[in-house]
Design a protein around this ligand. Structure first.
Ligand SMILES: Cc1cc2nc3c(=O)[nH]c(=O)nc-3n(C[C@H](O)[C@H](O)[C@H](O)COP(=O)(O)OP(=O)(O)OC[C@H]3O[C@@H](n4cnc5c(N)ncnc54)[C@H](O)[C@@H]3O)c2cc1C
Length: 483
């Protein structure tokens, strides 16, 4: 990966004359929808990858400046822009809201950024079939608010709800905070409209299920802009829940908490939000309230649904927690979390000169303890002064996602970058050794590309072959997803 100084780029030394490209793009989307100014290019040269933020702090770029940013309004315009980039052999990068945390939208060479935010219409809300059809650039919070006004919900609440798009969710295989009840984005989507790298527009069928070969939706869900641009999707939607019930259980340790979660899921109980915190995160959550000596690990359980179903589910789940050594605590920490659950902690840490990143992985229940220990030790070995903590959310009958956070002081660029890569190298190796998957819901982007072959083994040839046949010129988001 190369990085260029902002000052050098500002003087335009490296920019080729691009009038003809801009003119052709303006003919497709209109002059006001092709942005070529330096501030625009700088804004789109990074996403929320913490290393990119670190580099910006020191006046460097994580990749390259794009040629321009294009904001089409229709699927036909998207198709024309893609055809043009193919003809000109210029890489094209789909961009939703840039909230990705792994460098997925960062240009590695001068490219066209295709920002989907003008594809932002809700096309249909069908209450009878429980289906909403929406364009891919729709903002997540606005989409959910429109459903709520009709007494409905999608049930997808990533922490980045307000700063991410529907297309970005699909392209990264996103998971929301209520995923244990409503599922992940792949469980919610019914059909897609996609523009392929050759400009063809394809639709999959809006039917509840189909035995007509491999599911084509799944080729594009998680494809991170490397196989086409998702322009529209239909989703299953639900009545807005009648009741919400919130509990905090206090466990003697992480292992007893994990045991309770396994039993809950294997009893076919589905709380909507499940968050088990290790001691460090529990203490942070408790804030000024007293630290619990004997039961220091907190579990937040939130149930949503009809009154009778919620009452039954919570009584069984709480009993299972008590059987593994938990007692019920005050729900105050959970209410506080609910209030702040869409806030990002990163900007505060950046302001203090720190580097904060999160690593979300998953494994079967029997491997979670080794995964926690292995990754924690590997991070501390690479950076002994790091603060490392974890929580477990997004749970399944067969295992769970572990969400690890590390923070260290990053007073200058070069050593901090080395430390950052050493931490990630250690954590990813430890994850693979423990039998986990290297990503549960943030995806691969630029950062994790180097481990994807190890993750998939020989199965990775399937993704390579798909990329080669759908995008032989390698114009769609090259260098991402390890492709
Ligand atoms: C504070 C914070 C909290 C977060 N919390 C969560 C969370 O709880 N759960 C979670 O899953 N993620 C979370 N994320 C990560 C991020 O928000 C998600 O990955 C989100 O799905 C990205 O959406 P976006 O629209 O911003 O996509 P972008 O960042 O713009 O793009 C992400 C990737 O998708 C591709 N892409 C975008 N749109 C399209 C499209 N229409 N067609 C094809 N490819 C496309 C891009 O090329 C890129 O590779 C969080 C991020 C932040 C900063």
């Amino acid at each position: 990966m190369h990085s260029q100084g902002l000052k050098e780029l500002q003087m335009g030394k490296k920019e080729k004359p691009l009038r003809s490209l801009y003119h052709q793009l303006e003919k497709i989307v209109g002059p006001e929808n092709v942005w070529t100014s330096f501030p625009d290019k700088i804004t789109y040269a990074r996403d929320r990858w913490p290393l990119a933020t670190l580099k910006y702090r020191f006046g460097a770029l994580p990749g390259a400046l794009p040629h321009c940013i294009v904001t089409p309004e229709t699927v036909e315009e998207v198709s024309e822009v893609i055809k043009l980039s193919g003809n000109e052999n210029i890489p094209i990068i789909p961009f939703g809201a840039g909230s990705g945390v792994l460098g997925g939208t960062i240009p590695l060479e001068a490219s066209i950024i295709l920002d989907t935010k003008r594809l932002n219409r809700i096309l249909e809300i069908d209450g009878i079939n429980g289906i909403a059809t929406v364009q891919a650039g729709m903002n997540g919070e606005l989409f959910e608010a429109s459903l709520n006004r009709k007494g409905l919900t999608l049930g997808h609440f990533p922490q980045s709800l307000h700063c991410s798009t529907v297309g970005g969710w699909l392209a990264t295989r996103s998971a929301g905070q209520a995923s244990t009840k409503y599922g992940k984005i792949e469980d919610m989507v019914i059909s897609l409209q996609v523009v392929l790298p050759n400009g063809d527009i394809i639709h999959t069928k809006t039917v509840p299920r189909s035995a007509t070969g491999p599911n084509i939706n799944h080729i594009f869900i998680g494809s991170e802009g490397t196989l086409g641009v998702i322009t529209q999707a239909s989703f299953r939607i639900w009545p807005y829940p009648e009741r919400e019930s919130i509990h905090v259980m206090e466990f003697p340790d992480v292992l007893s908490g994990l045991d309770a979660l396994r039993r809950i899921m294997q009893s076919e109980i589905k709380p909507s939000i499940v968050r088990l915190y290790d001691e460090l995160e529990s203490a942070a959550l408790l804030g000024k309230s007293s630290h619990h000596e004997s039961n220091p690990c907190l579990l937040t359980l939130v149930f949503h649904g009809g009154k009778e179903a919620v009452e039954l589910e919570e009584s069984i789940a709480l009993r299972l927690c008590q059987e593994t050594g938990a007692k019920e605590g005050t729900a105050e920490p959970a209410y506080r979390w609910m209030e702040e659950r869409f806030h990002s902690r990163t900007p505060k840490q950046v302001a203090k000169g720190n580097l904060l990143d999160t690593i979300e992985v998953a494994a079967p229940w029997s491997k979670l303890s080794a995964l926690y220990e292995g990754m924690q030790n590997a991070i501390l070995k690479a950076k002994p002064s790091a603060r490392v903590s974890a929580h477990w959310s997004h749970i399944y009958p067969d295992g769970a996602c572990m969400y690890m956070t590390f923070i260290f002081n990053a007073p200058e660029e070069s050593q901090s970058q080395n430390d950052y890569y050493a931490v990630w190298d250690g954590a990813m190796e430890a994850c693979l050794t423990a039998g986990g998957t290297i990503s549960h819901h943030h995806g691969i982007g630029l950062m994790r590309g180097k481990w994807i072959e190890k993750e998939h083994g020989p199965a990775f040839q399937v993704l390579r072959a798909l990329k080669k046949s759908l995008d032989p010129k390698d114009i769609m988001n090259p260098g991402k997803l390890g492709l």
